[in-house]
Each structure stands twice: as structure tokens, then as C-alpha cells.
Design a protein around this ligand. Structure first.
Ligand SMILES: C[S@@+](CC[C@H](N)C(=O)[O-])C[C@H]1O[C@@H](n2cnc3c(N)ncnc32)[C@H](O)[C@@H]1O
Length: 282
């Protein structure tokens, strides 16, 4: 019997040649850089697909990837390789700064149109986008025209995001109790986000490396904890694409280990109330 603990261990280790093939394949399919020391990760994440496809080894999976241009298999591998870790109000400080500094400024700037547009780029299973939506409702902004777009390369996480249904363990992470009570309904053992929150948010499949024109312009972009997976050229390309989707003076939030420094000097670094945002300028 195969269990989580033995997943991958029953399989022969991937050959060096196929690991190099996989590194190139993953880079091309998603932009993600798989370091040389990540064989264990590939093993753990791709072994379930090896079994599902009725194959014997990771080498067989590589051969199948070489031989087929099947979108379904390719999508499965990308879904499995991407790190989808996320939580509600992740890191707290960017959300506090959004509420206390960025939003008051935007409410003044956009008073004539009463519109607010947000982009959760690399949205994963939706917690970031829904956190923004709940904060806006909590601030009494439901009469504003609000658009929150969540995008991700992985269809699997987008399906979860669209469903807006979360496990107990997920709502226990980062979500203030008053938000759970106010914005979720019990759904069996899970929690379902309420329609009033859901109607503010939509999710679309997007690869951040693609031509992003047509998206936006957004007042605030959260692109958090994804640039770390890319090489410098890819980071530069993505930042330029994101910049093109931002309104003048719009704000960008990156993950704590990410920066525009050395990649795109047109962004202005703005420390705001314990968080760092990057502003587009005029
Ligand atoms: C670690 S999660 C970050 C989720 C959320 N932004 C947060 O900070 O909690 C990274 C997400 O980036 C997505 N991703 C990876 N490569 C991508 C690409 N080329 N284009 C768009 N999304 C990508 C993954 O599918 C994953 O859901």
C-alpha cells in the first residue's frame, strides 16, 4: 500500500539526464527555476502523477512529456510543481498598510469615479483576494464599484479559489474570528465564503510571463511570494508587465523576500506603516 509517507520512495530515483530535462521543461512551462538540489521535491510532487498515469517511474513520466503535447498532462505537472502555500491576511503588515495608508489615499484619489481595482497576481486558492474583499466590506465600502481580479497559472488552485470553500485548518490560519463569523457560512465540516464577498472577486488563468496588456489598470497589485521562484530575466519581464497594468501612482505589494531593487528602478520604494509597497509613479 502506498501512503503519503512512502509516496515517491517506492519509485526509482529520476536519472540525472531526465532531471535536467525536467528542469528545462518546468522552466519553459512556468518560469519556475528548479535548483539542482530539488530532486526530493520533484519526487514527492510528481510521484502521484506517475501512479495516476499507470507509469513505473519518473523517467517514464519524462518520456511521456517528451512524446506528448497533451495539455492535460502538462497542466497536471505544472499544478504539482507549483508551490501554492497561502493564507488569509498573510504577513498581516501589507494588509494593515493597505487599510491605514493606501486605501485612504485611494478613496480621495478615486472619489469622482468611486471605483477601486485590485489584482491578486499569483492568487493561489484565493485567500489573498478574499482577504482584500473582506477588508473593503469591513471598511463600509460596499457602495463603491469594486473589482478584485485573482489570477494564477494553476487551474487546480483557481478551481478552489472560485469555489470559495475552505477547510477548518485554512480558516484557522490568519483569518480574524470576527471575519469568519461575518463573511463565511458553515458548509458541513468546511466554511463557504458568503456571496457578498464572492461577488467582488473573479478568477482567471494567467501566466505572469505572458503579455498582460488588457488587464487593469489596477490601483493596487498584490504579487506576493511568486517572484522568488523565477530567474532575474523572468522577474524583470514580469515586473515590467505588471507595471503596465497599474494606474499612475498605483501600489504594488511583493513578498517579504522580494523587491524591485536591481530589477526595475522605475518603481518607488515606499515604506508604509511597517510594510513596503512599490509605487508606480506618474
Ligand atoms: C506561494 S503561492 C503565493 C500565493 C499568494 N500570493 C500568497 O502570497 O499567499 C505562488 C503561486 O504562484 C503561482 N505561479 C507560479 N508560477 C506562475 C506563473 N508563471 N504565472 C502565474 N502564477 C504562477 C503558483 O501556481 C502559486 O499558486
Amino acid at each position: 500500500m502506498t501512503t503519503e509517507a512512502t509516496a515517491g520512495r517506492g519509485l526509482r530515483e529520476i536519472s540525472n539526464e531526465n532531471y535536467v530535462f525536467l528542469q528545462k521543461w518546468v522552466h519553459q512551462a512556468s518560469g519556475i527555476v528548479l535548483d539542482d538540489g530539488k530532486k526530493y521535491l520533484v519526487d514527492a510532487r510528481l510521484s502521484p502523477i506517475v501512479r495516476e498515469e499507470g507509469l513505473d517511474s519518473l523517467d517514464d513520466l519524462c518520456n511521456l512529456l517528451r512524446a506528448t503535447r497533451g495539455a492535460a498532462l502538462e497542466g497536471k505537472v505544472v499544478d504539482a510543481i507549483t508551490t501554492n502555500e497561502t493564507l488569509f491576511f498573510r504577513d498581516v503588515a501589507p494588509f494593515d498598510a493597505l487599510r491605514s495608508v493606501v486605501l485612504p489615499e485611494l478613496l480621495e484619489r478615486n472619489a469622482a469615479t468611486r471605483t477601486l481595482r485590485f489584482w491578486s497576481a499569483a492568487a493561489s486558492s484565493g485567500q489573498e483576494a478574499y482577504s482584500i474583499a473582506m477588508m473593503l466590506l469591513d471598511m463600509g465600502l460596499s457602495s463603491w464599484k469594486i473589482e478584485i481580479c485573482g489570477t494564477d497559472i494553476s487551474e487546480q488552485v483557481l478551481e478552489r479559489a472560485r469555489a470559495g470553500r475552505y477547510l477548518q485548518i485554512e480558516v484557522n490560519r490568519g483569518l480574524p474570528a470576527k471575519f469568519l463569523v461575518r463573511y463565511f457560512d458553515r458548509a458541513g465540516l468546511d466554511w463557504q465564503i458568503k456571496p457578498e464577498v464572492r461577488r467582488l472577486v473573479r478568477f482567471e488563468k494567467r501566466d505572469l510571463r505572458d503579455d498582460l496588456r488588457g488587464l487593469g489598470p489596477y490601483d493596487v497589485v498584490f504579487c506576493r511570494n511568486v517572484l522568488i521562484y523565477f530567474d532575474i530575466e523572468t522577474k524583470k519581464k514580469i515586473l515590467a508587465g505588471i507595471r503596465g497594468c497599474m494606474s499612475p501612482n498605483a501600489y504594488l505589494s511583493l513578498g517579504a523576500a522580494e523587491t524591485t531593487f536591481g530589477l526595475d528602478e522605475r518603481f518607488l520604494r515606499r515604506p508604509l506603516n511597517g510594510a513596503v509597497f512599490y509605487q508606480r509613479g506618474e
